[in-house]
Design a protein around this ligand. Structure first.
Ligand code: FPP
Length: 255
């Protein structure tokens, strides 16, 4: 079934993003700059995840999507991939109770088919346990790629068309958008990438079409409440136009 359409973001200046999406980059460099092994950077990165989840919840942000492992991260050395998987499993097991008590709903996006059954079961159990929580939706992207997401949506629509459930001519961007990961959430209003690189790296490609982009040199383990507030302040100073002119936005604000 297609998801219920979510109220789209309105043009103009918004004080607070409803949905923040983050690429947490710079763990390796954080460790290297301290002559520590890379895994220490990832472990420190988990502490930053904890801080930012809590900060988003406190500030009333509705959804936070974190890019934990991309479909391209399998290209890393085997030992690092295995460490990241262990850290992921360990962190979910350790944090789910605390997140649940704090009203956080957890969900995972990405291709789960490659994961061991125990990992899939862990994700499903965390999703089930926290499904009714309303304080913050924490979306964790694992083995996720934006192109995979779009291709999956297209494949599902094609299957429905072949089965006669929909007509090919009824497929439009709204209909395709409803098949994508996170279609039950507003699209990200603010995208943050730490670590100094300025690219999207196959993250939520479709969903970021009108998202405000924010890049910081800070390495992910150094990202804290103050850094989040700086990003939020930058967002609050932006006028979102969605193709309209600035004058049109001003006029509709005054009306
Ligand atoms: C990028 O830094 C970071 C990652 C590929 C992994 C991020 C994952 C975590 C912080 C754990 C998240 C866990 C949960 C449960 C959300 P990098 O290694 O590319 O850094 P570099 O560019 O400095 O080498």
């Amino acid at each position: 079934m297609p998801q219920k359409p979510v109220q789209p973001a309105q043009p103009g200046v918004q004080q607070l993003p409803r949905h923040v999406a983050i690429i947490m980059d710079g763990n390796g460099r954080w460790a290297k700059s301290r002559s520590l092994p890379r895994p220490m950077g990832h472990r420190e990165g988990v502490k930053a995840v904890r801080r930012v989840v809590e900060a988003c919840r406190q500030r009333g942000i509705e959804a936070l999507t974190l890019f934990a492992f991309s479909s391209e991260n399998w290209r890393r050395p085997k030992t690092e991939v295995s460490l990241l998987m262990d850290l992921f499993v360990h962190t979910i097991k350790k944090e789910v109770e605390h997140l649940h008590r704090n009203g956080v709903r957890m969900c995972f996006i990405g291709d789960r088919s490659v994961f061991e059954p125990h990992m899939r079961a862990l994700m499903e159990s965390a999703e089930r346990q926290t499904a009714d929580n309303k304080q913050l939706s924490l979306v964790i992207a694992v083995n996720y790629g934006g192109r995979w997401d779009i291709a999956e949506a297209a494949r599902r629509l094609a299957a429905k068309a072949v089965a006669g459930e929909i007509r090919a001519e009824d497929i439009d961007s709204d209909r395709l958008g409803q098949e994508l990961s996170g279609a039950d959430l507003p699209e990200p209003d603010l995208f943050i990438r730490t670590g100094g690189e300025q690219r999207i790296s196959n993250y939520l490609l479709w969903q970021l079409a009108y998202t405000e982009l924010y890049f910081t040199e800070l390495l992910w383990p150094d990202f804290d409440d103050a850094a989040l507030d700086e990003a939020l302040q930058s967002f609050a100073g932006r006028q979102r136009r969605f193709g309209r002119t600035g004058d049109q936005i001003e006029q509709s604000r005054r009306a």
